[in-house]
Write a protein that binds this ligand. Sequence first.
Ligand code: COA
Length: 389
Amino acid sequence: MTIGISDLAFATAHRVLDLQQLADHQGIDVGKYYIGIGQSEMSIPAADEDIVTMGAQAAAQILARHGADGIRTLLFATESGIDQSKSAGVFVHGLLGMGAHCRVVELKQACYSATAALQFALGIVARDASEKVLVIASDVARYALDTSGEPTQGAAAVAFLVTADPALLEVEPVTGVHTDDIHDFWRPNYLSTALVDGKYSLAAYLGALEAAWGEYQARGGVAFDEIARFCYHQPFTKMAVKAHDRLCRIVGSDLDRDQRRAQIDASLELNRRTGNSYTASIYVGLLSLLERDPDELAGRRIGFFSYGSGSVSEFFTGIVQPGYRDLLRTAADAASLDDRRPIDYPRYRALHESVDAVQGSDYETAAETSGPFRFAGVVDHVRRYQRRD
Ligand code: COA
């Protein structure tokens, strides 16, 4: 029996800031963002959007195609949780009208937790092949205004279904894992924005890649040359370029620059426009690769490096399944990026500041977006959501 991902869906927020706006405000050359960190835009949630509305929008596409029958586990991975106790997944479970016989839990480890969810899901299906696990990864990446992390903010969600005999990607069993108790990026409970030691976090990411790859090899993983494409966690897309260059150096690859780029370029396109989506970003990268790579990928192997600051990381691989193109929603995913409403710098700044202004009080949000789900506000400390049918 093979186990893996049978379907993968995407959602993002409905507002967008072009990084030209940020560069103009800062009085710097936008090349630093467009080229230097490899980001062109960032998705910004409107006042009536959050990780639940984006996660529900992604998961609704999975349920529309497969139904909810047989899904007995919903794992919600996020760094930007909306409650210290209740899983964001329970809100999504309610919004989607899923059956009561389902276990729902939220997982956290910075940008790594969606991969933990995937691995846990594989274990559940391995024990009982009739099980289906719905994984949702949804994040709003927020840094303080006027900090170096600010241009790497963003927002997006993915949902994927883990089953036996997967239609999209068989996930192979060998993995390499690595944990290191460090402070490269973190967010204390009292902050709504992340703290990051930027340059250190880049070095920590690359060190973790080397360590996870080393364990992957020691445990019998395939050789570098047997992997056709690579998909990295993308806090900003240039990070994946740096990571792949590093891996090529580690293995002594003689691929030239263009050959190395051909192994990752398609995986960068969606993230370049959403900005960082923390836990979701590597799976947004997978979707981007499947949708945008010009070559036929069926039967070919993808290598994944998942990194969550703090830090926990994992290297693993998967085989793309025949007929995968028929499962993609390429036009709809492109439309969800193209249809975002552009905002200017003052509006972006106001939205950013409004998050902390409302902490702890009752409030109602204006109906700004027209998506299928909206965050309506807070009453008696309870978050209220609405579904539009
Ligand atoms: N045109 C083209 N490239 C330019 C440029 C221009 N006009 N101006 C600068 N650059 C390049 C720099 O050379 C550099 O490239 P390099 O990294 O390949 O050397 C890149 O743009 C970034 O410039 P830098 O001066 O290093 O930016 P910074 O000090 O503002 O910090 C980060 C960049 C990425 C460290 C910062 O945005 C950050 O902390 N981001 C969050 C990090 C994160 O997500 N960590 C978690 C890891 S999982």
